[in-house]
Write a protein that binds this ligand. Structure first.
Ligand SMILES: [Zn+2]
Length: 723
């Protein structure tokens, strides 16, 4: 995995699919790992063409053949040592089905086998020159604003994007290799890839750019475009922007932000592992992070949260993921740790409430999307595919690091991470390595902690048992029972979770903050206080990863979409254009998994038992008409208008989505989506999944103009003591 998705809660969700070797060749290919690449490549953007020579150092150790993959559309012209051509054959072209439902957008590869003469077989490593040329025409799926433009590779006048997934150089998946690339482009183009810029020369009408990274990585992306380059140097690190002329105004902001992030993480974790960091603009919409650079679409680059959050997240990946690699056999720890030390950490640096909200949000998403059926342990997390994998792989992992930090304290937490980085740089590392380093640095046995959170699915759910407060001789005694319920996936071995539970006792003039260890289904604890307690609250700041009570979670889009048994209800009393738009929207929301019903088909039992996503206005959908009587305060829906937060909306282009509790079933929520016109139903509809945490959204066309989360008024984990 050499590129990582950048957007965590953004409008886009981008993941570079994983490369797996077709099993038929897996064993053969594994024998010949590539240790280094020295590539000379000329790009012809107008003709979509490239030609290249890659000198690879290959491990061979006694085998008769060595083999590699390369893009299917290339002609391999020759393979040989620097002084001798060798026989080779390109085997049947394999359909490279990286991800079956998107197979069409991925290139195919060919499998090349090189026959070694006996004298070469003796060597442990061989230098081979592979000369090839070909066309790369896989255009991005879209270059429109807000669309994710997926492709594995394109050579085009607008720009060049070559990812390891298109096999633009001979590759053996699972190799950790060094890369040197001399890139020849027409004048006017700039080429950038990982590592250090070692040379740049113009000869006649061509630009020769050489980049080199002496440390290993999992793959290499090559980007070229008509960029203007700006740079600053900070403590020996070159920071660049490769932006199109239109975005030059943003360069300074990005250079400054990159500098701040680099300084911060060097302080927290140790030296930045590369000579440069570059922010590179792309002509289609991406948000990728590669070793020593990031690639951002020309629309993406203008979004404010990119500089505030995602840029820092990507920079941090140069420690976690790009230089300490993930040992996939133990699960992917790096996304969660990066999320914790970037996205989450920025909230903490900002203020306490934002950090607390972020932690609650992680638990909320997990509660909404993850069930006993679709849950999985962190040791089998590979990458994000959907809300479930995101909630567990990113969210739960981040909370596991948070709980670990609470146990060992800030100093030892960061000290252990620094040591982990120092010991594991340029190697694969897994959860076991993390556990070992924390245990030795903190001098603690943490087997129970890692065993429970990494190898086991699920989360505890906590509640009050009996609570009792009484006056005693020298003050007041509060006794309470904490009830823990937990999933019993493996019934015979799953035991109650062990965790540190913060508790706040609110006294007359102060608050008493306690931490108790919970490790049974029922734990009884007692506290003595000098003054009479007014209230007691369990986990007041959301420091424990747990399944939340429904009352702790504001009604949100996620809460309805995350319920796989929910029903999508389309209207039957509307004009045909709206009817077809609502129907298409319903199909999109159902995603082949949820039930879709016409308003007439919905029964009273459905209303009482299910989450409902109701589409259509008062005159269009029978259920909307029914539900407008039970709307939250501050919201009025009428035939051709609606009012929320005291603002009235009556334009045909206005749309509203609101989520509220089902008065007949407090465990289920109802979503109402209505449009005062027809035009943007589909465009807007496709966007709403990205606003999962909100309770209401207002749109004008497909532009969001108001959004918010309803306040939670009742906390089931807080008990008041009466006077
Ligand atoms: Zn990431």
């Amino acid at each position: 995995m050499s590129a990582r998705c950048l957007f965590n809660y953004a409008l886009f969700f981008i993941c570079i699919p994983f490369l797996t070797i077709p099993t038929v060749f897996a064993s053969e290919v594994h024998t010949s790992r590539i240790l280094s690449h020295d590539i000379e490549i000329e790009l012809y953007p107008k003709e979509h063409k490239l030609n290249a020579k890659d000198r690879i150092q290959v491990q061979c150790a006694g085998s008769e053949k060595i083999s590699f993959f390369i893009n299917d559309s290339f002609d391999v012209l020759s393979v040989g040592t620097p002084d001798k051509k060798l026989d080779f054959n390109a085997k049947n072209r394999i359909s490279w089905d990286v991800n079956s439902d998107r197979s069409k957008s991925f290139g195919d590869v060919q499998y090349v086998e090189v026959i070694l003469p006996p004298d070469l077989m003796q060597l442990t490593t061989i230098a081979l020159d592979v000369v090839y040329e070909g066309l790369i025409l896989s255009k991005p799926s879209s270059i429109k604003e807000e669309d994710v433009g997926e492709t594995v590779g394109t050579v085009d006048e607008r720009g060049v994007y070559l990812s390891p997934a298109c096999f633009w150089y001979p590759d053996v998946p699972d190799s950790l290799s060094t890369f040197k690339a001399k890139v020849i482009t027409p004048n006017g183009y700039e080429a950038v890839t990982q590592g250090k810029l070692v040379n740049k020369d113009i000869v006649k009408d061509k630009l020769y750019t050489t980049w080199e990274e002496k440390n290993v990585s999992e793959g290499c992306h090559l980007i070229a475009g008509k960029y203007m380059v700006k740079d600053i140097k900070v403590n020996g690190i070159n920071i660049y922007t490769y932006f199109f002329p239109e975005e030059q105004g943003l360069s300074e902001i990005y250079l400054g932000a990159a500098r701040r992030y680099l300084e911060m993480y060097q302080r927290l974790l140790g030296e930045y592992p590369y000579d440069k960091f570059a922010v590179v603009e792309n002509f289609f919409q991406t948000g990728y992070g590669m070793p020593s650079f990031t690639l951002l679409g020309n629309y993406v680059i203008k979004l404010p949260f990119i500089v505030e959050t995602s840029l820092g997240h990507e920079i941090l990946h140069n420690w976690w993921g790009n230089s300490v690699f993930v040992d996939e056999r133990e699960g992917n720890w790096c996304e969660g740790l990066t999320t914790y030390m970037a996205d989450y950490y920025y909230k903490e640096l900002s203020d306490k409430t934002s950090a607390q909200d972020y932690r609650r949000d992680i638990c909320r998403k997990y509660t909404n999307y993850v069930t006993e059926k679709n849950d999985f342990p962190l040791n089998s997390f590979v990458g994000r595919r959907d809300q479930v994998t995101q909630s567990v792989g990113y969210g739960k992992t981040a909370m596991v690091f948070h709980m670990l930090r609470k146990i060992v304290g800030d100093d030892l937490f960061f000290k252990s991470l620094r040591k982990f980085y120092k010991e594991k740089i340029w190697q694969s590392a897994g959860w076991t390595d993390i556990k070992n380093v924390f245990e030795s640095e903190c001098n603690m046995n943490l087997s129970w902690f890692f065993g429970q959170w990494i190898n086991r699915t699920g989360a505890p759910f906590i509640d009050f048992g009996g609570v009792n407060m009484r006056q005693v001789d020298d003050g007041w005694l509060t006794e309470l029972e904490i009830i823990q319920t937990y999933p019993k996936v493996q019934r015979e071995i799953d035991s109650p979770y062990r965790f540190h539970l913060p508790i706040i006792l609110e006294l007359q003039n102060e608050c008493d903050y306690k931490i108790v260890e919970v490790n049974e289904s029922s734990n009884v604890v007692s506290f003595k206080s000098k003054s009479k307690p007014a209230s007691i609250t369990l986990d007041p700041e959301y420091d424990v990863f747990r399944r939340l009570h429904i009352e702790e979670v504001p009604p949100s889009i996620d809460s309805v979409l995350g319920d796989s048994k929910g029903i999508i209800v389309y209207p039957t009393e509307c004009e045909s254009s709206s009817a077809s738009a609502y129907k298409e929207f319903a199909e999109f929301l159902a995603d082949g998994k949820k039930i879709i019903k016409a308003d007439k088909e919905v029964t009273e039992t459905d209303i009482a038992e299910k989450s409902l996503f109701v589409l259509g206005g008062v005159l269009e959908n029978k259920l909307t008409k029914k539900f407008i009587k039970i709307l939250p305060e501050n919201l009025i829906i009428r035939e051709n208008e609606f009012t929320i937060n005291e603002v009235k909306y009556s334009k045909k282009s206005n749309m509203l989505l609101v989520i509220f509790r089902n008065p007949e079933n407090k465990l289920k929520n109802i979503a109402l989506f209505l449009s005062l016109g027809t035009d943007s139903i589909i465009d807007t509809g496709y966007k709403i999944k990205h606003y999962g945490k909100y309770s209401y959204l207002v749109f004008d066309g497909s532009k969001n103009i108001d959004k918010g989360v309803f306040k939670v008024v009742y906390n089931p984990l807080k008990r008041y003591f009466s006077e």
